[in-house]
Design a protein around this ligand. Structure first.
Ligand code: ASP
Ligand code: MG
Length: 438
């Protein structure tokens, strides 16, 4: 949803697909808008009212200038007045309110963040109407049911499926094309919740599962799944097919093609997911399916990791240490990523942004704690790669000049993860990619 031409292109893609099947559309915000909303929230927190006004005007301008291309000139003012201006007014009020107090809750954060999708779904519905289709904007709150973790909510799949069937199916039967706001849902109190950044892919997959669709297509701006991030590596390989397990491993490890939960959800029902390029629609894209194919598929680098080393010599031959450690992460709401254990110690990695003094204090109560900052995670991913000793030895010989802090092999058979220093980690990625794929 990057520009007028990208949106028209998307509408044409929907139209074409609708010729031989029923299509439901899920949209993300217009590019950059969620970031802008988050910036507005930060400005409100800092009580910078004047800057908020300027940014909001810019946001209105962007949406209005895009909408203009999809509606008749004489209707523009009326549509804007009825469907967009009231939402901007609400946004202005809420942000002004926050900037008076300088404080906000996660619930309000979620409420503000979804305005991007509120606007983009309306615009997409008009873009489809311009193509002669009956596009209808649907608020995600009507279909996606979640718990109350406002920023990364968990979906109630049963309720969501019931609602989706009740609300979406009749529309499809009437040849109406629903355009659902991605990224958000509603908790049991009726409040807005978010599915995490980039969550509109996940919305597509949740709704797809709910209706047991034949396939889910994620239209993005790259040709498909590649052997590395093409912004970092020149000679990447593009895959026309990849297995669900391996793809899940890639996104879970931090490859940014898709929201990580998108695939895991689709795997449950064995629904194939296509990743295609809006700007190159005739390209084959990547099919993510249940087919298992052996072979290496990619190297993923994720920087800004922190390693936490926990040692408690009293735990030799005793039990309960790991469970005790895990509990501290649970109590502090910090997800653990890579983990390696020995008899009396546990080493794990977390995202640096999750590290806090509170977590350190909790952990210090049960073990001697050492924190190693500025680390990076390199994951070599492919089907059944962990049993391949020859591959493992190639990886380590490429990294022979690097300090290696933690290694995880075999937690899944599809991922070999190595923690190294942040600095020079991009060079390590290049070396590894060269050795394995070029
Ligand atoms: N607009 C949301 C975000 O930027 C969701 C998405 O783009 O998928 O995170
Ligand atoms: Mg996205």
């Amino acid at each position: 949803m990057g520009s007028v031409s990208a949106i028209s292109q998307s509408a044409q893609i929907v139209k074409k697909a609708s010729q031989d099947s029923k299509v439901m559309v899920v949209v993300s915000a217009i590019s950059g808008m969620t970031n802008l909303l988050i910036e507005l929230i930060e400005l409100a927190r800092k009580q910078k009212q004047r800057l908020i006004a300027g940014r909001l005007n810019k946001m209105e301008e962007i949406h209005r200038s895009i909408l203009k291309d999809f509606v008749d000139e004489e209707d523009l003012d009326e549509i804007w007045k009825k469907e967009f201006a009231p939402a901007f007014k609400k946004l202005r009020y809420v942000l002004t309110g926050i900037s008076f107090i300088g404080e906000l809750t996660d619930k309000t954060y979620a409420f503000i963040c979804i305005f991007g999708e509120r606007f983009s779904s309306r615009i997409m519905a008009y873009a489809l109407q311009k193509e002669g289709m009956q596009g209808l904007k649907i608020n995600a709150k009507r279909v996606i049911s979640t718990d109350s973790q406002y920023l990364e909510a968990n979906v109630d799949f049963k309720k969501t499926a019931e609602r989706t069937k009740r609300i979406i199916l009749p529309l499809l039967q009437k040849e109406i094309t629903p355009v659902v706001m991605g990224f958000s849902g509603k908790d049991t109190h009726g409040d807005t919740t978010l599915l995490g950044r980039g969550g509109s892919d996940y919305t597509a997959s949740i709704l797809g599962i709910s209706l047991d669709v034949s396939d889910i297509q994620i239209w993005t701006d790259v040709d498909g799944v590649m052997s590395a991030d093409p912004r970092e590596i020149k000679n990447v390989q593009l895959w026309s097919k990849i297995s669900l397990d391996v793809m899940a491993e890639m996104t879970n490890s931090g490859a940014k093609v898709l929201h990580p939960k998108t695939i895991t959800a689709a795997v449950k029902k064995n629904i194939p997911v296509y990743i295609k390029n809006t700007f190159n629609p005739s390209a084959e894209g990547t099919l993510v399916s249940g087919d298992k194919r052996k072979g290496l598929k990619g190297v993923v680098l994720v920087q800004d990791q922190t390693i936490i080393n926990l040692v408690n010599p009293e735990m030799l031959d005793a039990f309960g240490f790991i469970s005790n450690c895990s509990q501290q992460f649970v109590d502090n709401n910090v997800p653990v990523d890579v983990c390696a254990t020995s008899e009396v110690s546990v080493t794990c990695s977390i995202a640096s942004s999750d590290q806090s003094n509170k977590l350190n204090r909790s952990l210090s109560k049960i073990a001697h704690v050492e924190i190693h900052k500025e680390k990076a995670k390199l994951c070599v991913i492919g089907c059944d790669v962990t049993q391949n000793a020859e591959l493992i030895s190639r990886i380590f010989s490429v990294l022979k000049n690097y300090n290696i802090y933690t290694v995880s092999i075999g937690a899944t058979f599809h991922n070999i993860t190595i923690l190294i220093d942040n600095k020079n980690s991009k060079a390590a990625l290049k070396l590894l990619h060269q050795e394995l794929f070029e």
